[in-house]
Ligand binder design. Structure first.
Ligand code: URA
Length: 438
């Protein structure tokens, strides 16, 4: 008979666990037979001792098999693909990518998350659109994906329930930042979604879980390897998260930016670039383009002719939301007030503590301090100064949208402290897309 304390002790002492031991823990925890304190102890032991690749695979498999695996109706000849980001500040790529890739004929079923730590969540952004329902049944998710081409929902009780429960526990036991646990968490959801192709956006930097290029590359390699062992087409792009992506940060503001990119009224170069790069990989996997250049041409066309925006509107409507926002972003929630945050000194932006910008959005009310918090969708920031930009003392570092003066004062302090401004010009820029891992 397996004793939980002995398994914890084995991992605590740096030994590798067997598939049976891992499955025993995951099944017991999911069913409620094993208490949270034992699962927490094992998670912490894994954080300190790590897991080898086989253990990571077994953990992923046990979590996938804790729930249902989606069966797709339109399988024959249809390619289902998803994109997953490890999370960042101003990362709104999914909102453009899903309708854009769907407009190219690839089915994009997306199970997304809420804000996590300083990073924003796709579900919170979508819910800033009046009426948008992210809590659909698995049957509706499948039906809408097959009919419209894309659908975006939250994790259901049927998909990888072990991860749902384990993630909530990790969140409050300081066991989120741990490579094998992150790999199993992300991949269990994506493998249960049962897509043919998966593109991963693995971020690195001051606004990402992985602070260094090296740790983020290790994460990308492990995610890709697990996907491959499952027979999926999978690749990862390692991308920069040392500064906010795009020109707006905060739920409704980010939806507005996506609409503006899809209607051609703005060209946020870094956001559009990451979106096109990830979308192109999805088209390549689906066989919808011969090479990256051809894929980008198709994607640019779908943006320019309005098909991507039209697909976004179609998805919003079928998920109960106010699709008219696509013609008029002013229908999105807005704040009572907006004001610039003045730069404390003259010089060039050397670096940004990007996570602090994410936390400042939470302070304004745009994210949750505790799980039960109600989100103020309207608050956030726009037009942030980026690394290398010249700035004069008193000029705006960014524009703050807010509803509460006390919160605004705290957020202002955080943003000013997050910027390091010095006299010297910045000659070397960090690459936006570091490398492709496949
Ligand atoms: N996103 C997830 O889904 N899981 C993690 O563990 C970290 C980021």
């Amino acid at each position: 008979m397996l004793l939980p304390a002995q398994i914890i002790q084995k991992k605590r002492d740096g030994k590798a666990l067997t598939e049976e031991e891992i499955r025993f823990f995951i099944n017991g925890f999911t069913s409620g037979e094993l208490p949270e304190y034992q699962m927490s102890a094992l998670a912490m032991a894994i954080c300190f001792q790590g897991m080898n690749f086989d253990e990571t695979m077994w953990l992923t498999r046990a979590m996938v098999e804790s729930g249902k695996i989606v069966e797709w109706k339109g399988r024959a000849g249809t390619f289902y693909a998803d994109k997953h980001s490890t999370g960042g500040i101003g990362d709104k790529v999914s909102l453009i990518l899903a309708p854009l890739v769907a407009a190219c004929g690839v089915k994009v079923p997306m199970i997304s998350g809420r804000g996590l730590g300083p990073t924003g969540g796709t579900l919170d952004k979508l819910e800033s659109i009046s009426g948008f329902n992210v809590n659909l049944s698995l049957d509706d998710f499948k039906r809408i994906t097959d009919r419209v081409g894309c659908c975006m929902i939250g994790q259901t009780a049927e998909i990888a329930p072990a991860d749902k429960k384990f993630y909530a526990l990790r969140d409050v036991t300081a066991t989120v930042s741990c490579l094998p646990l992150i790999v199993a968490s992300i991949m269990s959801k994506k493998l249960a979604e049962n897509v043919d192709g998966l593109v991963l956006d693995v971020k690195w930097g001051s606004g990402a879980f992985m602070r260094t290029r090296e740790t983020s590359a290790d994460l990308a390699k492990a995610l890709v390897e697990v996907g491959k062992r499952y027979g999926k087409k999978v690749c990862a792009l390692q991308t920069d998260m040392n500064q906010p992506l795009g020109r707006r940060i905060g739920n409704a503001l980010e939806v507005r930016e996506c609409i503006e990119i899809m209607n051609g009224s703005t060209q946020a170069d870094d956001l559009l670039e990451v979106t096109l790069a990830l979308s192109a990989e999805m088209l390549l996997m689906a066989g919808a383009a011969k090479n990256v250049a051809a894929a980008r041409e198709i994607l640019q066309k779908k943006l320019a002719n309005g098909e991507a925006l039209h697909k976004f509107a179609e998805m919003i409507a079928v998920q109960g939301g106010d699709a008219k926002v696509c013609d008029d972003w002013k229908r999105l929630p807005s704040t009572k007030q907006a004001k610039p945050i003045p730069a404390p000194k003259t010089g060039f932006v050397q670096s940004i503590e990007c996570d602090q910008i994410g936390y400042a959005v939470i302070v304004l009310g745009g994210g949750r301090r505790v799980a039960a918090d109600k989100v103020d969708f309207a608050v956030g920031f726009e037009e942030p100064k980026k690394i290398g930009d010249a700035v004069k003392a008193g000029e705006p570092l960014m524009i703050m949208h807010y509803n509460d003066e006390t919160r605004a004062a705290e957020a202002t302090r955080m943003v000013r402290d997050a910027y390091r401004i010095e006299d010297k010009e910045v000659n070397t820029r960090l690459p936006l897309i570091v490398q492709k891992i496949e």
